[in-house]
Design a protein around this ligand. Sequence first.
Ligand code: FEO
Length: 169
Amino acid sequence: MLPKKVEEILNRQILREDYSSQLYLSMASWAEAQGYEGVSGWLYAQTEEERMHMLKLVRYVNEREGKAVIPGIETPPAEFGDVFELFDKVLEHEKFITGSFNEIIAVCIAENDFTTQSWLQWYVTEQVEEEAAVRAIIDKLRLLGKHNLYMFDRDILSMRGTGQAGTTA
Ligand code: FEO
């Protein structure tokens, strides 16, 4: 049985993962409309990953005799400036999610829920990989510069599914 506080904060995370999925979907759609095939492909894949993260949490909460709450979510932004700003926002969001997991783990420890704490290690590792992957993309983007965005877009095309970026989001 999940401690109430753990159940509540895991439900908060279900909402945040769901929002992540919608945020990346909005980014993917924006990038596609701008003609960035590679960038949009990468973001569409992230959308699926985030949905998987959300579902994994839903299943876990229910499995531990809690009650997963399926959230209504706020509309994500629809404008992202340029590709540079977009990936800065992806990194900023992922850092926020990392912080969010740290908060959950602190609650697990306070509530002596070491089972959930251990289960969450998968997400902790994911976040480390994910932040590193987005940083690598930002580095590449800055190296290529704004005159080589076509090349960048071709390059990220081969990272689709995030395997080469070293992440599963
Ligand atoms: Fe599911 Fe990228 O956090």
